[in-house]
Ligand binder design. Structure first.
Ligand code: SF4
Length: 315
């Protein structure tokens, strides 16, 4: 492993050089503010970068720091999150803000990954991007170029997640020239960017690749499609999304239960559902949202957010 990592140092240098030249101008790039990084990384967990690019600036404008997010109600946070999907992330993000506002930022990976909604991967991303900790990240984009460029079999132990994480960590820590803390964030971005725009899942752009020389997969990389999500149209997720959008748009984020289907028609074009809601599916979706603490019943009114609104830091 050590020999392989030492050999990879020139690859890292080539990728960093390429990134400095070709990087996309995404709104979360260039900041080392831990809060801003936390928000962007949680959004990027399950939402496409193009959609995050549209919504992230608005979210951080509305909740500009940890204190603002921790002080907001769950309903306000969910309303601002509406449309990004996987809405439980919004509640976890707010809980993370409460934890940081109360106790400060964690000082190591182990405690950082214990923040609500963070976990091992996101902790590494925040640690490197915000704090300059020399730790590697392995998302699907990084994994793809590592496997192809190193000629690894993803089904073998060397291509397994743990082994790739070790390579990624070693690249961030050493591999010849040690990165300065200020360069660690660039490396994390560059490493992910290469897989996102050059060593793509289906049609890698080998001719534009800064590490094409010596790549065993050059010009013949097998497609590595991402795991397919289930059909969205008419799905439980589509119903849940339409209900949450309707509540997010409603006055005080509340609707009479009987008005929910018509409000969904107004706001529920997501997933091609507009005007074709199955009342039974609506009911099932509401029950699921209640169980997840994303909505709650208040008599005949349905409100966004969980019943207990721990809306303040003090509380
Ligand atoms: S040469 Fe092609 S397959 Fe190899 S790392 Fe570059 S883009 Fe990926």
């Amino acid at each position: 492993m050590e020999v392989a990592v030492r050999d990879l140092a020139p690859l890292r240098a080539a990728i960093l050089e390429w990134y400095a030249r070709e990087r996309r101008n995404l709104p979360w790039r260039g900041t080392h503010n831990p809060y801003a990084v936390l928000v962007s990384e949680v959004m990027l967990q399950q939402t496409q970068a193009s959609r995050v690019a549209l919504r992230y600036p608005r979210f951080v404008a509305r909740f500009p720091d940890v204190t603002a997010l921790a002080s907001a109600s769950e309903a306000e946070v969910l309303a601002e999150w509406s449309g990004l999907g996987y809405n439980r992330r919004a509640l976890a993000l707010r809980r993370a803000a409460v934890a940081v506002a109360t106790s400060g930022w964690p000082s190591n990976l182990r405690t950082l990954q214990d923040l609500p909604g963070v976990g091992a991967y996101t902790a590494r991303a925040i640690g490197s991007l915000a704090f300059g900790w020399p730790v590697g990240v392995v998302d699907t984009n990084v994994r793809r170029w590592l496997v192809r460029r190193l000629g690894l079999d993803p089904r073998s132990p060397a291509g397994a997640s743990g082994a790739l994480q070790q390579v990624s960590d070693a690249l961030a820590r050493a591999g010849g020239r040690r990165l300065r803390p200020a360069d660690v964030a660039s490396w994390t971005h560059a490493s992910m960017e290469l897989g996102a725009v050059v060593c793509r899942a289906l049609r890698p752009a080998c001719d534009a690749c800064p590490i094409a020389r010596g790549c065993p997969a050059r010009g013949r990389a097998a497609p590595m499609p991402a795991a397919q999500q289930g059909k969205f149209r008419g799905s439980r997720r589509a119903y849940r999304g339409a209900i949450l959008r309707a509540l997010a748009a409603a006055s005080e984020h509340a609707l009479r239960r009987s008005d929910v289907p018509s409000a969904m028609t107004s706001y529920g074009s997501v997933g091609g559902l507009a005007g074709a809601f199955d009342p039974q599916q609506v009911q099932v979706a509401i029950e699921g949202l209640e169980r997840d603490g994303l909505v709650h019943a208040d008599g005949q009114t349905l409100r966004l957010g969980p019943k207990e609104t721990a809306a303040t830091i003090a509380k």
